[in-house]
Write a protein that binds this ligand. Structure first.
Ligand SMILES: [Zn+2]
Ligand SMILES: [Zn+2]
Length: 147
């Protein structure tokens, strides 16, 4: 049933980085998910956009790899956390104290079931990748100020 229902304590969702050092578990339904087209996401991923989701703090647990996690805080915007061994992008903000934990959608082992429902920072979208006509809600800048 884990593949057909939202993450819960009975059917948690797991994920991790490419080398396997950083592992985490989500045991509550994911709040929201969307694409970010900001220039920070373009630089840190080397792609046109980044798919992220927000998980309630009470439903997030880091299982391993706290020592491998590194954080880069750009002059503006929130810190970006990545595995120092393999470079995988994992979280943003402070995954140990923020009310909601921002998790990169590609870090999950299996289908997180939620689907991206918006696109933010479309004003800075990469010129080489047209934004698809997918009817997702679009925001010129940040969907939620300060994140
Ligand atoms: Zn790693
Ligand atoms: Zn971004």
């Amino acid at each position: 049933m884990a593949a057909t229902s939202e993450p819960s304590s009975r059917a948690p969702l797991q994920g991790g980085c490419l080398c396997g050092a950083v592992r985490f578990r989500v045991s509550e339904p994911i709040i929201s998910a969307g694409y970010c087209h900001c220039t920070h996401c373009q630089r840190r991923t080397g792609t046109g956009s980044s798919a992220n989701c927000r998980v309630p703090r009470s439903g997030f647990e880091l299982l391993s790899g706290r020592e491998q996690l590194r954080s880069y805080k750009p002059p503006t915007g929130v810190p970006k956390l990545f595995c120092s061994t393999c470079g995988s992008a994992m979280f943003s903000g402070d995954p140990f104290s923020d009310e909601e934990v921002a998790v990169r959608l590609g870090a999950f082992d299996s289908d997180p079931l939620i689907r991206p429902e918006y696109r933010q920072f479309v004003d800075s979208a990469a010129s080489w990748e047209p934004i698809p006509e997918d009817n997702l809600e679009r925001y010129s800048g940040s969907r939620t100020a300060g994140r």
